[in-house]
Design a protein around this ligand. Structure first.
Ligand code: DQA
Length: 148
């Protein structure tokens, strides 16, 4: 079995009620359900969320140690957290995939959202497809399962 962690940063615990015009009406429980229903054979999955940068960094360290592929929505940390970037680099430099996902398309929004300090160390980036982006990331991990 390959374990995958889906890690979500600050304010994503408010999905469903937070800016539904941008993030939609579905909450984290709906995301869990979508991903549970689309977990590739041979995979187990865990969806987590935190508002705490150090907790998120700790989860990435654990992913390095256990060689656990990561689907990461860094939320606002995307735009400024060099600590999170360095932790994400530990994951990918260990040869473990880390896919950066955004529900919205940050490039179509305010200028400060156009910069991601994470993307350069991520394996790949998916943005602008709503919850579907997480499913696409999971689908990709399923397709490369023999290399994980
Ligand atoms: C987000 C985009 C970020 O700019 C924002 O701070 C978020 C969510 C997204 O999923 O579209 O919290 O990462």
């Amino acid at each position: 079995m390959t374990h995958v962690v889906v890690l979500n940063g600050p304010n994503l615990g408010r999905l469903g009620s937070r800016e539904p015009d941008v993030y939609g009406h579905q909450d984290l429980a709906a995301l869990r359900k979508l991903l549970d229903e689309n977990t590739p054979d041979g995979f187990t999955l865990e969806v987590r969320q935190t508002d705490d940068e150090s907790e998120l960094i700790g989860w990435l360290h654990a992913a390095v140690d256990a060689r656990t592929p990561v689907i990461l929505n860094p939320a606002a940390f995307t735009h400024y957290s060099y600590g999170l970037r360095d932790a994400a680099a530990l994951v990918t430099k260990a040869g473990v995939p880390l896919i950066e996902v955004h529900i919205s398309n940050p490039h179509a929004r305010e200028t400060f959202r156009h910069t991601s300090v994470i993307s350069a160390v991520a394996t790949g980036v998916i943005a602008g497809f709503g919850f579907e982006g997480y499913r696409l990331a999971l689908d990709h991990l399923g397709r490369i399962s023999t290399t994980l």
